[in-house]
Design a protein around this ligand. Structure first.
Ligand code: CU
Length: 474
């Protein structure tokens, strides 16, 4: 009996190791932990892929073809090009996981190093707030990781000095998908911050969803987004992936493997990275840690009779609100009945002693009908009622007037969809509202990665505009 069992175990063990010859699995590491050997493999793999595209543009394992699967301006296109899922698509995370998986296999094969894995860029860590050094130095064509047309500030080693890198809002969400009343779920929140803002802050190819995957940094950024998805699931407390057929089975996506073979994946095949895709991450921590607070209140679907009231709006159909190069302000006056309602909610004017827990999530700033006629580099910080005459150097997201971030990545290039961006407003900001009275000011401050001492923001020319600005109370 014992012998049979041992024999069976041996056969089983043999079968397992035969069916997956690449065990033990691959571990995706922080780029800053890459050894010189690993960096050389990464550089070589990308150089080989770039070379392949030059020799044969139709080679699906070439750099340009791989980027085209994500997005391309090339005409005529192939059926399997321009597949990227962004914004509020519920396939944003799953599609990019599949895409990275086959890209990584191709990269590994191209590098000739069977142990090469895709590294990730964890910009939330204090030491990682600039573009990883290997992608900046040397700034020559020989360095396959360098990309000359990023924003100057990004390629000069500029750092995120503001909150664009923080996934806090996304991590706090319990729902994967957006829910009925328009509150964003984890997937959309992560697609906004840090995803969109990092794209914008790097600039150049990265700021344009159609060209983004041509910059090698794209793959490290998305590896980090993929890692944050796993990190979110590990926070548990009701967090889970969708379980419906639409997400798991009904949508299938096309890729190529390292042997040029066409392959197809669906959601159910990529849920367990270690078991199904043979990779894991070296670290799943998300920085800063999310706060478990009032999400349960926020995520309840809209109930009958609980309509949203307009508090204030800038909603000129004919004339959108254009954002300027640095600071742009817009005054909104309070709608009179909303004013009373708001006052009744803020029991102690000028203080923080309001029942924030029960009211959180009820006030929303909705920025709708976003438009741009070119990719917009950088991103915008949004503030409500900053003190007048406040020096710009003192404005940062640690201030209580900060309400969120706005980026135009994926507004450009997705003309067919009406782009809407919703910012949940923390009630503590309304101290300022009650103090000042009948109107308040929303300020948009443009940021990028900044080189200390150089205050000039990157110049854009895509005329970013907002068609409607609304503050609603539920
Ligand atoms: Cu992206």
């Amino acid at each position: 009996m014992k012998i049979t069992l041992i024999l069976l175990l041996m056969i089983w063990g043999g079968l397992v190791s035969c069916s997956s010859p690449s065990k033990p699995g691959h571990t995706r590491k922080d780029i800053n932990k890459f050894s010189t050997h690993e960096l050389n493999s990464l550089r070589r793999g990308i150089a080989v892929m770039k070379e392949r595209s030059k020799k044969d543009p139709s080679d699906p394992r070439g750099w340009i073809y791989q980027a085209a699967i994500h997005g391309t301006y090339a005409i005529p296109g192939q059926d399997d090009w321009n597949q990227c899922k962004h914004g509020h698509s519920r396939f944003f995370l799953s599609w990019h996981r599949m895409y990275l998986y086959y890209f990584e296999r191709i990269l590994r094969e191209a590098s000739g190093d069977p142990s090469l894995t895709l590294p990730y860029w964890n910009y939330a860590k204090e030491a990682n707030r600039s573009i990883p050094m290997a992608f900046l130095q040397p700034p020559t064509a020989e360095n396959s990781l360098y990309e000359p047309i990023r924003l100057d500030s990004a390629n000069a080693g500029g750092i995120f000095i503001t909150g664009a890198y923080k996934a806090t809002d996304a991590m706090t969400a319990l729902n994967f998908d957006d829910v009925n009343d328009g509150l964003d779920g984890f997937s959309s929140l992560l697609a906004d911050v840090p995803h969109r803002d990092v794209h914008g802050a790097v600039g150049g190819l990265m700021a344009d969803p159609i060209n983004a995957a041509l910059d090698p940094l794209f793959f490290l950024h998305h590896a980090n987004i993929d890692r944050l998805w796993e990190g979110w699931l590990l926070l548990r407390n009701e967090r889970h992936n969708p379980t419906d057929d639409d997400w798991l089975r009904n949508h299938k996506f096309n890729f190529y493997d390292e042997n040029k073979k066409a392959v197809i994946l669906s959601g159910q095949e990529i849920l367990d990275t270690a078991k199904q895709l043979n990779y894991r991450y070296d670290d799943y921590t998300t920085t800063p840690e999310p706060i478990e607070l009032t999400q349960r209140v926020e995520l309840q679907p809209l109930q009958v009779g609980q309509q949203e009231k307009l508090i204030a709006a800038y909603d000129y159909q004919e004339k959108p609100f254009f954002l300027g190069q640095r600071q742009t302000k817009v005054d909104l006056s309070l709608e009179s009945t909303a004013k009373q309602k708001l006052r009744s909610l803020i029991r102690v004017p000028g203080s923080r002693n309001i029942d924030a827990k029960s009211l959180s999530g009820k006030i929303k700033l909705i920025l709708g009908d976003l438009k741009a006629d070119a990719p917009i580099e950088g991103y915008f910080e949004v503030y409500i009622d900053l003190p007048i005459d406040l020096e710009e150097t003192k404005i940062n997201p640690d201030r209580p007037e900060f309400v969120g971030l706005l980026s135009f990545f994926d507004v450009w290039g997705h003309h067919d969809t009406l782009s809407k961006h919703t910012i949940r407003v923390d009630l503590s900001h309304f101290d300022f509202l009650s103090a000042r009275g009948d109107s308040f000011t929303i300020m948009f401050l443009r940021r990028g990665m900044e080189v200390p001492g150089h205050k000039e923001p990157p110049h854009f020319n895509g005329n970013p505009s907002i068609g409607s600005i609304k503050l609603t109370l539920k």
